[in-house]
Design a protein around this ligand. Structure first.
Ligand code: ARG
Length: 557
């Protein structure tokens, strides 16, 4: 509400003088809610700031504005806390979890490529980041009215599958793969690489097998399908626990029969060059190394499949924008993809949503060779630790396992999303599971405190007395609540879930501060309902924010 007002004020000033770049800021001094630096207007209109102020004062007529003052070249606005609070709270209590929704992106059709783990390899912590960042951005786009298609571009194609098939045929065992698919397949892959060192012919065998696979050899296809199914079973368990779904699981292999057409198109557009037997697209004009389209043996590559994929997606979904949520180490790949599609004459809006590494004790975390073999084990540990903490805090809690699942996973997810995604993430289970501080459990716990009060005391909306909002500790919380729609908008525009995450922390802090200072359950019925209305509003916003980030909110813990 305050944000809308700020927007309106900006429009009025810019409209009146036919200028741009007017900034309308939050007030930084006592009793100032909104502040407009007038020098911006002065400069463009060549009028003295005081003159501008005198002209603007009569124009800024909004019922929420209590007074307007001129101070040191600023136009300062003081709002009526009671009226503002009434508007903010009434709109939250009416819209409930819909509060903050908008249609600013209603014309957008966003294709999102995220998660995209590699078959027969472990689901790494990097894929977890992609999954959760992608999921949060998807929810932000949905909240702002966009149509979103979520695609899991599974890494299910490439020379490594040829190697895997060779390794399986030489040393594999059906039973042990069924028992622990990804781990066993990964072992085979490692063995292949070890033996390759003493037996260089293996490499060629691997290439041949992949070539056969690309040519649809039935035996190869059958093995590949089996590896894929076994791996997917494991991935699906993780997605289920994270509560993440996709609209499509078309991985790299899906584009196998669409590859010739891309290569043909590149050829027609005179973009292909032979280079030491391989086929490339020269990207010197973009200051980039060449994009590899085909290897000397004719096998296609990651890039070729991404080109086929983007053309297919453009045709199938008619997207306005395509987002790739992939670690920063693939930055160059996406720059090349952009460059090649541009050379082909397409004007796709391609965005690479990068992110940093996951570190343990300052070193890159890897499920390979690390303490945990699989991501599921990491999750399991977090859930176990959460259960221990909950049991200590609340021994009689029902549904402990369900709560522990939500808290343990919520802790990992929030830890991943709370900072600028480009930064590295520090993975420390003890820290992320703390009930105080910048953690997922802290958000969940704040919500639970509110829920328990609301269970004992039913809110009666007709008995709210907005006069209480003249007190700062009430009004401060309202101001936070009023920011939510703008936070959603900004978090989505910049594609940074951390903006929302940080806001939720400050809202939870705002609540805890209020709670520490104001007795909620009081005798006076109007006062009680005023308090309940405020905390109910906080709860709606907290829950909705957590939902968007992919964190389960709780009633008890
Ligand atoms: N499977 C790839 C990897 O793990 C990520 C794929 C990202 N998506 C894409 N369209 N290239 O590195």
């Amino acid at each position: 509400m305050i944000e809308t007002l700020k927007e309106n004020i900006k429009n009025i000033i810019e409209g009146k003088y036919n200028i741009t770049n007017v900034t309308v800021e939050d007030g930084k001094i006592e009793n100032v809610d909104i502040s407009v630096p007038l020098f911006v207007v002065s400069k463009q209109t060549k009028k003295n700031p005081k003159v501008v102020f005198d002209e603007l004062e009569p124009v800024l007529k909004f019922e929420e504005i209590k007074e307007v003052n001129f101070l040191n070249g600023f136009l300062n606005i003081n709002l009526d806390p009671k009226l503002v609070s009434k508007k903010v709270l009434e709109s939250i209590l009416e819209q409930k979890e819909e509060y903050g929704k908008s249609d600013i992106n209603k014309l957008e059709i966003i294709v999102m490529d995220y998660s995209s783990p590699n078959i027969a390899k472990s689901f790494g912590v990097g894929h977890l980041r992609s999954t959760m960042i992608g999921n949060a951005i998807k929810n932000l786009y949905l909240k702002t009215g966009a149509k979103v298609v979520g695609i899991n571009h599974l890494g299910d194609w490439g020379t490594q599958f040829g190697k895997m098939i060779v390794a399986y045929k030489k040393w594999g065992n059906e039973e042990s793969i069924k028992k622990d698919p990804i781990n066993e397949l990964q072992k085979l892959y490692v063995r292949f690489h070890d033996e390759e060192k003493t037996n260089p012919e293996l490499e060629q065998e691997g290439r041949d097998a992949f070539r056969k696979l690309e040519l649809n050899d039935p035996e190869m296809i059958q093995l590949w399908n089996w590896f894929k199914d076994e791996s997917l079973k494991e991935f699906m368990r993780v997605y289920e626990r994270l509560n993440v779904t996709f609209d499509s699981y078309n991985g790299e292999a899906f584009y196998n029969d669409k590859m010739d057409a891309v290569v043909e198109e590149l050829k027609e557009k005179n973009l292909l060059v032979e280079d030491a037997g391989a086929t490339i697209v020269n990207l010197e004009a973009f200051n980039l190394p060449p994009a590899l389209i085909k290897k000397s043996d004719g096998a296609t590559l990651y890039m070729t499949r991404d080109l086929a994929a983007i053309l297919y997606r453009a045709k199938t979904y008619n997207f306005t924008k395509v987002l790739y949520v992939v670690g920063n180490e693939q930055k160059l790949h996406f720059e090349q993809l952009k460059a090649v599609s541009k050379l082909m004459g397409y004007n796709f809006d391609i965005e690479h949503i990068g992110f940093g590494l996951v570190l343990v004790d300052g070193k890159k975390m890897s499920t390979r060779g690390g303490k945990f073999k699989r991501l599921e084990e990491v999750i399991e540990q977090a859930v176990l630790d959460a259960k221990a903490a909950i049991t200590e805090k609340n021994p009689n809690l029902a549904n402990k396992d369900k709560v522990a699942e939500a808290v343990g996973i919520g802790a990992i997810v929030f830890n991943d999303l709370k900072n600028d995604r480009n930064l590295n993430v520090d993975f420390n289970l003890d820290n992320m599971l703390k009930f105080e501080g910048q953690t997922g459990p802290y958000l969940q716990y704040s919500g639970v405190r509110i829920a328990s009060i609301l269970r004992e005391n039913k809110l009666d909306n007709s008995k709210i007395d907005f006069n209480y909002f003249n007190e700062t500790h009430y009004y401060d919380v309202v101001k936070l609540l009023s920011m939510f729609p703008q936070v959603i908008k900004r978090s989505c525009e910049q594609e940074f879930p951390s903006i929302l995450a940080k806001y939720l922390l400050s809202l939870a802090q705002g609540f805890n501060h209020f709670y520490g200072r104001q007795k909620i359950v009081v005798e006076d019925i109007n006062h009680l309902n005023t308090n309940l209305a405020l905390i109910q509003s906080i709860r709606y916003v907290l829950n909705e924010g957590m939902r968007i980030l992919g964190i389960t909110y709780l009633d008890e813990m």
